[in-house]
Design a protein around this ligand. Sequence first.
Ligand code: HEM
Ligand SMILES: *[C@@H]1O[C@H](CO)[C@@H](O)[C@H](O)[C@H]1NC(C)=O
Ligand SMILES: *[C@@H]1O[C@H](CO)[C@@H](O)[C@H](O)[C@H]1NC(C)=O
Ligand SMILES: CC(=O)N[C@H]1CO[C@H](CO)[C@@H](O)[C@@H]1O
Length: 350
Amino acid sequence: MASSSSRVAVLLLAISSAALCAVLSSATVTVNEPIVDGLSWSFYDASCPSVEGIVRWHVTEALRRDIGIAAGLIRIFFHDCFPQGCDASVLLSGSNSEQLEIPNVTLRPAALKLIDDIRSALHHACGPKVSCADITTLATRDAVVASGGPYFDVPLGRRDGLAPASSNLVGTLPAPSFDVPTLIEAFKNRSLDTADLVALSGAHTVGLSHCNSFSDRLPPTADDTMDPAFREKLTAKCAKDPNGTVVTQVLDVRTPDAFDNKYYFDLIAKQGLFKSDQGLIDHPATKRMATRFSLNQGAFFDQFARSMVKMSQMDVLTGNKGEIRLNCAVRNARASGLQTAADEGLAADA
Ligand code: HEM
Ligand SMILES: *[C@@H]1O[C@H](CO)[C@@H](O)[C@H](O)[C@H]1NC(C)=O
Ligand SMILES: *[C@@H]1O[C@H](CO)[C@@H](O)[C@H](O)[C@H]1NC(C)=O
Ligand SMILES: CC(=O)N[C@H]1CO[C@H](CO)[C@@H](O)[C@@H]1O
């Protein structure tokens, strides 16, 4: 095939120009925090030097077709990291999958599929060197950038977990009905501080919700922290969906697909969707910072990048712990209740 090397050249050109555009068009935040043992800023430099370009190319292409995948990736990253650390455990399917837990019912399938598509491309390029946990981290960072948010480097070297998080751990994910003191406690339990809470909640600048996530704020239990006109609109919309699982509502009514600081404007206008969102501008512990982020997008981007790098290192597996999965949805060796890559005939795909 005479054209195969030129095809590779075109692909490499596309990857490097996409990388350049991404970096040039977005704010870059340099996070100078110490990183945990076993992670590194140059982890794949020898084993898979093209990893960042390949991930970015796939994310950019997928988002061109469906920008909603950006929100899907960002939420998957949160649901992976918060319960038991960023170990791609949320990607495992099977009878004890985290995806069967109530807070996970709405993880977007297209974003889950993209992560494994990237895994397949990386395995073809480098062999099975890059973990699904690192792919999830990189793809999430690139989704933030592609939606208009800040670029920030992420340390790499995570390994994939051998089992899903227990339902007790998945149950530590915060609920949209939480008040600010409870949110602060939930985050503190995971070594995340109030600044992390206020900035990371700003991820709700993109994406969707279903009515059952905010029905506690509609009649008969409506509260006066919501703009009455907004409440009326939501009430009418959700009346068509008694189970609250079909109708969708954007999280940021001002710029639903753009990663910007308009989420904090929503809160000032009493148009935050969840109690957990709206509380941030009303409670004395968080009001100052939420207000500052509404006035200064740079300050929001800066803290968001810092908090993402921090969350990305929670309880990670490194060194020879865990494994490099051959399929992001299944662990390599047989485990109770989970299919293995070999069961699905996918080992050869590596
Ligand atoms: C502070 C506590 C948080 C609570 C209570 C919360 C709760 C929720 C809920 C209930 C939904 C909608 C689910 C549905 O009805 O479909 C949602 C969506 C979302 N959350 Fe959060 N979340 C929190 C923090 C975060 C964090 C830290 C991130 C990421 C850094 C995040 C990213 C997202 C994204 C991007 C979506 C939209 C997903 C999509 O459109 O597919 N959330 N969140
Ligand atoms: C925080 O951790 C404590 C101790 O494990 C637990 O009792 C409490 O329910 C947790 N709080 C939240 C909000 O998750
Ligand atoms: C609501 O959920 C129930 C039980 O899951 C189901 O039988 C019913 O068809 C659903 N109704 C609507 C309107 O979706
Ligand atoms: C309880 C429940 O509805 N679980 C769902 C969670 O998400 C997975 C994958 O999207 C579904 O297959 C489950 O039915």
